[in-house]
Design a protein. Structure first.
Length: 87
């Protein structure tokens, strides 16, 4: 995913992402208009979690001094849930 940047990387992402995404089986895209979380949506998700209808899946926890390993783990597509970096 590309967030911001100069024109060429953004244009490249717009052209290449759909092609590379299909070829690799990984999700790729361009985030042009990002909005912060809408508070009522966050409240609804928290309610679903409290009711046990949604359960966050934590793949791995990394200590802060292993943040590079955590980023590599995610970048290599190995994460099967959320990866946490713990201070």
């Amino acid at each position: 995913m590309t967030l911001g940047g100069t024109a060429w990387p953004i244009l490249g992402s717009m052209v290449a992402a759909p092609i590379l995404g299909r070829a690799s089986g990984r999700s790729m895209g361009l985030l042009l208009w990002w909005k912060p979380f809408h508070p009522p949506d966050v409240e609804r998700v928290l309610g679903l979690i409290a009711e046990g209808k949604v359960r966050p899946v934590i793949d791995r926890r990394f200590p802060l001094d292993e943040v590079v390993d955590a980023l590599r783990w995610v970048d290599e597509g190995r994460a099967r849930g959320k990866v946490l970096v713990i201070p």
